[in-house]
Design a protein around this ligand. Structure first.
Ligand code: SF4
Length: 511
């Protein structure tokens, strides 16, 4: 049963091609008493109700803590106060497909029909009594799109990656998210404007005519220092940029005017770059939001063209000593009109030899019609994957594949779809591409290279990069864990990877 939906200004603006603004607020941690924590958010929502310049309030999920207050119930309170459909973020961290389906039903019953589906950053305090699993955003998007075809679905992308592997991993996964059902993409926070342009260029060049929203933060020196100290996955604040923020902090207003101007300039800039809108974060009161919106109007009048805007942005990034402030790392990788295959990243001889060996074994032993399949298939089909001979095979699989590829005996082997790099060697178990947390090609958890870099390099050499954009790898079914995947394979059990088609144009339109 569906509740009466709230007026959906976000969808309306996207459909009409109007530049759209949303204001992001942080859903309080579950440890904070809800009513007290929600009071300032509801006050903001009440004032935004009357301001046609803001289309929606966006509510984060599991970002301030591992457990925030329920995003659906919180979103409902905000919708009641604001009178506009909010954009509810939903993170797959420490959640399953069943959790998503439950929350989707609850959202529908409350008339909430805008969702941003993300995988989520790493769980900071993992429980000791069970493993933490992450529902990959691609799988979440695909699930929701199947059961709720009219929900407005947003997905995240981080263009602020400065190595070829991590950047293309992001972009190809973003394309997969669109194929899986996303109606629009929202970027990570950043200040590198050429990267905003690059993302637009990449998607348009591949035929993805999709609305893009830029996530933009009101940034002061104090906040910059805090982000660098605590780390915000996917957010880059260079030393040089921080120095500029510290210079601004010397002003009598502690740099507030500069922070508003920077944010207003960015909003006008992304508009000139063809973005459909901006999601503003870091402003907690309506007075602050209204001050920004006024600044945006002035800035738009002063910078009516992209050229005029570029001059103003260049001036903003000029330090007191006259040098241009670097907001991106030196020697960062950019796509400058070429194709991904022209970048420098290349699989090592060892990486590629392992891939070819594994591929050979798969072709000879497991593919339909292969010798191994014909000889062993009929026997394995009759086994149980945990007991008797199947149990012995499970032990054998563990002994062989754990040292070889880091196998976690998930019971649903996805190696042929992941260039024979086990997705369980990703701490989040992600199979469909990298999360947004990489930095300089390193994993968000800091202890390894992101496994999706290797998948990218091997796929590039093998000429199969399109798989990273098109092939949806389903999540491991709960029932499959700790069973022999060879048995599952020959029994034809478990979900299958599917090749996703190009998304339909203009899907954000109402039904
Ligand atoms: S391996 Fe890559 S995708 Fe997995 S958690 Fe680390 S950064 Fe994210």
């Amino acid at each position: 049963m569906s509740g009466a939906p709230y007026p959906n200004h976000l969808r309306g603006a996207l459909v009409q091609g109007q530049f759209v603004m949303t204001v992001e607020v942080t859903t309080p941690a579950a440890t904070h008493p809800l009513d007290a924590a929600l009071a300032p958010i509801l006050a903001l929502a009440g004032e935004i109700r009357e301001d046609p310049r803001v289309a929606a309030i966006a509510l984060t999920d599991r970002s301030s803590a591992d457990r925030d207050h329920d995003p659906i119930a919180t979103g409902h309170r905000v919708a009641e106060m604001c009178g506009k459909a909010p954009l509810i973020h939903w993170a797959g961290k420490d959640r399953s497909t069943a959790d998503l389906e439950t929350d989707l039903r609850r959202a529908a019953s409350l008339g909430l029909d805008n969702l941003l589906l993300v995988t989520g950053d790493k769980v900071r305090r993992p429980p000791l009594d069970r493993p933490v699993r992450y529902l990959d955003s691609v799988n979440a998007l695909h699930t929701v799109r199947q059961v709720a075809p009219t929900t407005l679905l947003a997905a995240a992308v981080c263009p602020f990656k400065y190595r070829e592997e991590e950047l293309l991993g992001q972009y190809l996964k973003a394309a997969k998210k669109l194929r899986a059902g996303a109606d629009l993409l929202i970027t990570q926070i950043g200040w590198d404007m050429p990267k905003f342009a690059e993302l637009r260029w990449f998607l348009t060049g591949r035929g993805y005519d999709v609305p893009l929203l830029a996530e933009l933060l009101y940034l002061t020196a104090a906040r910059g220092r805090r982000i660098r100290r605590l780390g915000l996955p996917g957010v880059t604040i260079t030393d040089d940029f921080l120095r500029l923020l510290v210079e601004e902090e010397e002003a009598p207003d502690r740099g507030r005017a500069s922070a508003y101007r920077r944010l207003a300039l960015q909003i006008v800039g992304v508009r000139h770059l063809g973005y459909a809108g901006a999601q503003i974060s870091g402003l907690h009161t309506y007075a602050a939001v209204a001050r920004l919106l006024d600044a945006v109007e002035q800035c738009a009048q002063a910078c009516p063209t992209l050229d005029a805007w570029q001059g103003a942005w260049q001036e903003h990034l000029t330090a007191a000593d006259g040098r241009t402030v670097r907001v991106a790392p030196a020697d960062g990788f950019y796509l400058t009109g070429g194709t991904p295959t022209e970048g420098p990243a290349a699989a090592s001889a060892g990486e590629y030899a392992t891939f070819k060996t594994m591929e050979l074994i798969h072709r000879a032993g497991f593919q339909e019609g292969a010798v191994g399949a014909r000889v062993f298939g009929p026997l394995l089909r009759r086994l149980d994957g945990r007991t008797g001979l199947g149990g012995l095979l499970l032990q054998a699989e563990r002994v062989i594949k754990e040292p070889l590829v880091g196998c976690a005996t998930c019971g649903f082997c996805r190696l042929p779809e992941t260039a024979y790099v086990c997705p369980e060697t990703c701490p989040k178990g992600l199979a469909n591409g990298p999360c947004g947390g990489t930095q300089d090609n390193r994993c968000e958890f800091g202890d390894r290279e992101c496994i999706h870099n290797r998948i990218y390099r091997i796929s590039k050499k093998a000429g199969t990069l399109s798989n990273l954009e098109e092939v949806l790898i389903p999540p491991v079914p709960d029932a499959a864990w700790d069973s022999c995947s060879w048995v599952t394979h020959f029994r034809g059990e478990g979900p299958e990877a599917v090749r996703l088609t190009t998304p339909t144009k203009g899907r954000a339109a109402p039904p």
